[in-house]
Design a protein around this ligand. Structure first.
Ligand code: FES
Length: 117
């Protein structure tokens, strides 16, 4: 049996070189992400829309204004992802499909019709 994946969230939370953020803020964001995914049952492999995966990564090569969160398959990179912001990002972007433009710091080139481009 295969499992459908809706999103993969990669968070630079506690990087070895601590270039993009205070590791304490990053660690708090990571804990917040884990809690939010559990609270909304997004890690349920039987979820109709697909499971949401999360990975804590060491560096996403932006190295400033972090913590940095990359959301696949949308190719959206968020900056300043504090615990408060990460909850809003999951709610609006992952669950409702409405990325929060004001916190996007990079976009992987792709069709961006939802941004009016
Ligand atoms: S240290 Fe976080 S993006 Fe490089």
């Amino acid at each position: 049996m295969s499992t459908l994946v809706s999103h993969h969230l990669l968070l630079c939370a506690t990087p070895t070189k601590a270039s993009c953020c205070d590791p304490e803020v990053g660690a708090a964001s990571w804990e917040s992400l884990k809690r939010i995914l559990r609270d909304f049952d997004l890690e349920n492999v039987k979820r109709t829309e697909g499971v949401v995966l999360r990975s804590k990564v060491d560096c996403l090569r932006i190295c400033r204004d972090g913590p940095i969160l990359l959301i696949w398959p949308d190719g959206i990179w968020y900056g300043g992802v504090t615990p408060d912001r990460i909850e809003k990002i999951v709610l609006h972007h992952v669950i409702r499909g409405n990325p929060l433009k004001e916190w996007i710091v990079r976009q992987t080139p792709q069709k961006l019709s939802w941004l009016g481009e």
